[in-house]
Design a protein around this ligand. Sequence first.
Ligand code: ZN
Length: 222
Amino acid sequence: MPKLESVKRKIIKFGKLLYQKNLVAANNGNISRRLDKNRIMITPSGVSLGFLKEHELVITDIDGNVMKGALEPSSEIQAHLTIYQNRNDVKSVCHAHPIFATVFAVSKTSINSPILTEVVINLGKIAEVEYAVPGSDELSQQILGHLQEHDTFLLANHGVITVGDSLTSAYQNMETVEHFAQIRYYSNQLSDLKVLDRAQIQDLEGLRNKFGVRENLNKYEK
Ligand SMILES: [Zn+2]
């Protein structure tokens, strides 16, 4: 079980990074960390991730009942809870509205294209989650449909959710999605893209074991 003080410090550190790197604006976005089987720590509703204080973080049980904290938990807590309830390996969930990834979330152009080796190996395809109201049960259900095979989720007309086995990995998946989305966006201005072919993709997916990537992560081409 992680130490509470260290979880608080890390949530504040990654909240600042999300804000400073322009991955969220105003009081958007939220971060959570599993504390044990029945408890999570999550950022509060209505506070900018760039200016969080330790005492503002909220502890809830796995059903979202507040156990500690003066503020309300994030209004998007339901998606976090659904993920923790259905993926034991997930220790942290990160939600943000990064600009380039969200450009794809508002476009009918798919964010997915096998153009970057590390993304094919470590993320595979980003789950493209259909539109649902933020914080709704419907959104949780949409995520659930993609949950076992994906660690990154593009929410239509909204933003991105990433998960990981630590706060660091959930945060890094968010950075990777946005970095990839920027490259994909700019590369679209060129006409002669070198898209990886099926054999190249399969070679890369064959490296997953060596890179410590979990076994049931989605494959780019089935
Ligand atoms: Zn949001």
